[in-house]
Design a binder for this molecule. Structure first.
Ligand code: FEH
Ligand code: ZN
Ligand code: ZN
Length: 357
């Protein structure tokens, strides 16, 4: 089978021939039908030696959907032939967080990082840019019924991360409704693979006004298609424009899917007191947290990471209901290297999805 692998730190992705794995014990073999590309794949490819707790070589791809092809003798969960999406954060499976389905916040993560055994498919363990993916346990598989696999795969990362981030700002949206009855407002910064899904998830699960911001006109057009109430490319007066849309002292929550110092500054400049800033994007931006200082009183800052299995069940249900639709740009697996270059150059609209051809 083919596999797009990171063979050594700083090396280019390489398409190699690999043995089809044979599942043992609880393991489950999934025939990959679709695998999304993520900005984090680019971070993995660009990482300096020892920057990440992984040991190359391994196959890339942590956003995977397919059909169960073969079960280990002790496998639990979905049966052969079922279409599934792979829950990407592979925790220890036994701590309190994992037992609650929050393997993204596994209590043993530090020890597992220390061991450099990898934290999931394509993240130190062999991932889904291949024909067959070996998954440690059926607990990491979620049936998706007849959902198109090119829709299902991006839900396991872009959709799940966006849904989890929206869950984290719900308290601020609930607080917003107290008093004069003017609805809540949320600014979504960065309408890419995650941001366009966050707009849809907000429209499907909250009554808040959704204000979209990006540097690209085509991204604002996508936000509009996804149901944003308002969208603007970033300009010098963007903070004023956004504040004026809220009919009050500012917005209740900001979802920053870019995460640079500039987007963090913009987000902070439009938040009202007691608002929530959710830093999702890995842009490396910084902000100074100090009292006394310039931050809004009562500011709540959240750094959500990926999502829980219950979150994944919810976002898959939204997709199956038609409330969430992923904008995808499809590539055959044989053109994986081209897809990675297209993502790196900012040329992907929505989410890039690779399909074994
Ligand atoms: C995964 C692993 C490490 C960093 C970031 C990520 C995200 O892409 C998961 O959504
Ligand atoms: Zn990712
Ligand atoms: Zn755990």
């Amino acid at each position: 089978m083919r596999a797009v692998r990171l063979t050594h730190w700083g090396g280019p992705p390489v398409v190699t021939e690999a043995e089809r794995p044979a599942p043992r014990g609880e393991e489950v073999l999934v025939r990959v039908e679709a695998a999304g590309l993520c900005g984090s794949d680019l971070h993995v490819l660009a990482a300096k030696p020892d920057a990440l707790p992984y040991l190359p070589p391994f196959t890339l791809g942590h956003e995977v959907a397919g059909r169960v092809a073969e079960l280990g003798p002790d496998a639990i969960g979905p049966r052969t032939g079922e279409r599934v999406v792979v829950y990407g954060p592979w925790g220890c499976g036994r701590c309190g967080r994992c037992a609650a389905g929050a393997e993204n916040y596994c209590d043993r993560r530090a020890a597992r990082d220390e061991a450099r055994t990898g934290t999931g498919a394509g993240l130190g363990r062999d991932g889904g840019l291949t024909d067959f993916l070996l998954v440690p346990s059926g607990r990491l598989l979620l049936p998706v019924g007849d959902l198109d696999p090119t829709q299902a795969a991006p839900l396991s990362d872009a959709g799940l991360t966006s849904y989890h981030a929206v869950t984290g700002i719900r308290p601020a949206l609930a607080d917003a409704g107290v008093g004069v009855g003017v609805g809540a407002s949320v600014v979504v910064i960065g309408i890419g693979g995650l941001g366009h899904l966050a707009v849809q998830i907000l429209r499907a699960t909250a009554s808040a006004q959704v204000l979209a911001v990006d540097i690209r006109e085509e991204a604002i057009a996508l936000a509009d298609e996804c149901g944003a109430h308002f969208g603007t490319v970033v300009r010098a007066n963007t903070a004023d424009v956004l504040r004026k849309r809220t009919a009050r002292a500012g917005v209740d929550a900001v979802l920053d899917f870019v995460g640079t110092s500039a987007t963090l500054r913009l987000g902070l400049s439009v938040l009202r007191s007691g608002g929530v800033l959710s830093l999702v994007g890995s842009g490396g931006g910084e902000l100074t947290v100090r009292k006394p200082g310039a931050l809004p009183p009562g500011l709540r800052i959240s750094l959500p990471f990926w999502g829980t299995r219950p979150d994944l069940e919810q976002v898959v249900a939204l997709a199956r209901s038609g409330a969430v639709r992923v904008a995808t740009q499809r590539f055959p697996l044989s053109r994986a290297l081209e897809a990675i270059d297209t993502l790196r150059s900012g040329g992907v609209r929505g989410r890039a999805v690779l399909i074994p051809d």
